[in-house]
Ligand binder design. Structure first.
Ligand SMILES: O=c1ccn([C@@H]2O[C@H](COP(=O)(O)O)[C@@H](O)[C@H]2O)c(=O)[nH]1
Ligand SMILES: [Zn+2]
Ligand SMILES: [Zn+2]
Length: 625
């Protein structure tokens, strides 16, 4: 496979932008397209969530290959279209901007750097109407402070954090990261009261505070906001908050608003569970959730609000016709929703703008992304993965799965020289692995895509084996450290089935960012197949379903065990700091008590959960892809 060097210089990037598609003669674009025009209502919303730094798009997957510049261009066209249709259009985001891709995460590894310091300013090229905070803005104190000092100040009254505060180091006082609420009137006259509510998250760093939803709804400022004497035609509640799972707190907010406003429409925009979803609460209250990782743009059209001078039924476009609760006669509010695949074909098609799609701002955002990709060395090659290892496309003990590879890599790389004669058991949470590891060049960028967190390897020395040997079962029976189990899942889908893994730099212009992607006519491709409260017709591009297998909370790797197969007397128990409390609890259940004072670092602080796969790739995989 020539050209698969996996490295690149600035010139190469620039040249790659100019070259024609380098497809195999028989390779077809692995993409099929939208089923038809989007619905537009009296007010229509474009909704992102859980972008996790994927602003470069999925460079190895054409179906999710649009970058942030493409999205900026798309929104510009859609704002124009809304005005010409005579309807309101709002663009909203539900948080989790960090942890998941090199563009956001690599800066934390630079001296004095912070995760997000490059990606957030790129994100800011989008003129969002409303945004809110996610839990990934709160795990690390420096990130929260950066969001408070820069991002929240950039979006000013549009960044809503109704229940999240930060301790400002300047005066040691707790302050809201953004604003608690926003009251505003849209261009066509709809009067809106908006909030931004994070689920009851508890894993935050100690410079922030999350007020539980049940407490927030009793606070005077909230009661004043929902009881305001100003007219409110529509409540908007953004929230990094699953619309369906039991961890979601939207029902609490809804109940509080409904007590004083029984009939006012309430529209929720959720996130966090990485799922495409639409939930109906009552006939004028529903919630949308738009998936993850710049794979989906959520779209919601809503009509029937008793206000404003915008059209309820714009001409020449599909209008929402469904009441929230199926079969309701005479329902005032009607809805429709769509989940748009994040690619150029979808964006160009829906903007009715194939020839002049790229706006100057969109082009410059794309250029900035690719310059930063180079500056941050994201295409640096560790080795060539001999196959694709997936998170959920196969049973977790299958050779197709990522987890046997993780076990092998942990055994080979997590060795403390001074302890190497002591047998060790290494425990990691499967929630720390976020995306498939794809066949071909495994780069610095891919290291964040697969395992973005920088959790330390800690240990408890010399634990009697009779207790340690029970640990995995107890961890997996205990409280989950991973994301909700009911998430929608999707595995990696190669750009074209048998194309050679092109140089990661060239993936962009050569395949993903071709000006106009040709629609594949003959068959649907694998991808998201969503079932929500409105049924199975929400996906904008129809797909066939991909297989999905669940995983356990944690997995275990071994090292340094006696060669004769006998059990050691004692072992070192090694684990990510992220799961320390679960390990201590589980050991207690096994019958032996330890505390945090018994825990110390096993590997240097600088060798984290993000480093062991690169270390393994360097030692085990060829560099000749
Ligand atoms: O240091 C960390 C932080 C998080 N995780 C995992 O991530 C999920 C939460 O991710 P969302 O995108 O908010 O759903 C958490 O449940 C952990 O599984 C981690 O492993 N290490
Ligand atoms: Zn997330
Ligand atoms: Zn989240």
């Amino acid at each position: 496979c020539d050209g698969c060097t996996g490295t690149g210089d600035v010139e190469m990037v620039r040249r790659a932008r100019l070259v024609q598609p380098r497809m195999q003669p028989d390779a077809k674009p692995a993409i099929n397209g939208p089923k038809g025009p989007l619905p537009w209502g009296q007010i229509t919303f474009a909704h992102t969530s859980d972008t996790h730094g994927w602003l470069m798009g999925h460079v190895k997957e054409e179906n999710y290959g649009a970058d942030w510049g493409d999205y900026v261009s798309f929104i510009r066209h859609m704002r124009y279209k809304a005005r010409s249709l005579g309807v309101d259009f709002l663009v909203v985001d539900s948080g989790d901007l960090h942890d998941g891709a090199g563009l956001s995460d690599a800066t934390a590894k630079l001296p004095g750097g912070v995760n997000g310091e490059v990606s957030l300013p790129i994100f800011e090229n989008l003129d969002y109407d409303l945004l809110t905070i996610g839990n990934h803005e709160l795990y690390v104190a420096d990130i929260t402070y950066d969001v408070f000092e820069n991002f929240a100040k950039f979006y000013r009254s549009r960044y809503l954090t109704s229940n999240v505060q930060i301790r400002d180091p300047k005066d040691n006082k707790f302050k809201y990261v953004g604003k608690q609420y926003k009251y505003f009137t849209t261009y066509f006259g709809i009067r809106i009261m908006a909030f931004g509510v994070l689920f009851d998250f508890t894993g935050n760093a100690n410079n922030s505070k999350i007020i539980k939803a049940k407490d927030m709804v009793q606070e005077q400022w909230f009661l004043d906001a929902i009881n305001t004497s100003e007219p409110v035609d529509l409540f908007l509640v953004l929230g990094h908050n699953s619309v369906r799972s039991s961890t979601g707190t939207f029902p609490i907010i809804r109940e509080a608003i409904r007590k004083v406003r029984p009939d006012t429409p309430i529209q929720f925009f959720g996130g966090h569970s990485h799922t495409r979803d639409f939930k109906v609460f009552d006939n004028s209250s529903t919630a949308l959730e738009p998936g993850r990782y710049c794979e989906t743009l959520g779209w919601l059209a809503l009509s029937g609000i008793d206000a404003g001078k915008g059209k309820h039924k714009p001409e020449g476009v599909p209008n929402p016709t469904r009441p929230a609760i199926n079969g309701t006669v005479g329902a005032k509010i009607t809805y429709d929703r769509r989940y748009i695949d994040w690619n150029r074909l979808s964006f160009e098609y829906h903007s009715d703008n194939v020839r002049t799609f790229d706006t100057p701002r969109g082009e410059s955002v794309t250029n900035e992304i690719w310059d930063e990709r180079h500056r941050l060395n994201l295409t640096n090659l560790y080795g060539c993965a001999p196959q694709t290892y997936c998170l959920s496309c196969a049973p977790q003990d299958s050779e197709l799965s990522l987890y046997p590879l993780v076990q092998k890599a942990l055994s080979a790389t997590i060795i403390n020289e001074s302890r190497k004669t002591t047998a060790r058991l290494i425990f990691v949470n499967t929630g720390g692995f976020r995306f498939d590891l794809v066949k071909g060049p495994f780069t610095y960028d891919d290291s964040f895509i697969v395992a973005p967190f920088t959790n330390a390897f800690e240990y408890i020395p010399n634990v009697p084996y009779k207790y340690a040997s029970q640990l995995l079962v107890l961890l997996n029976a205990g409280a989950p450290q991973k994301r909700d189990m009911d998430r929608q899942h999707r595995s990696f889908l190669p750009t074209s089935a048998d194309s050679c893994p092109l140089d990661s730099v060239q993936f962009n212009r050569a395949l993903v960012k071709r000006k106009t992607i040709t629609r594949r006519q003959e068959a649907v491709t694998p991808g998201y197949t969503t079932k929500d409260d409105f049924g199975i017709d929400g996906d904008d591009t129809p797909h066939s379903t991909v297989p999905y297998y669940r995983t356990t909370n944690d997995i275990m790797a071994k090292g340094g065990f006696p060669e004769d197969g006998s059990d050691p007397e004692t072992v070192d128990i090694i684990f990510y700091d992220f799961i320390r409390s679960y390990v201590i609890t589980a050991l207690g259940k096994a019958g032996v008590n330890y505390t945090a004072n018994d825990v110390s670092l096993y590997m240097p602080k600088t060798f984290t959960s993000n480093d062991f796969l690169p270390a393994y790739a360097k030692m085990a995989w060829s560099k000749d892809c």
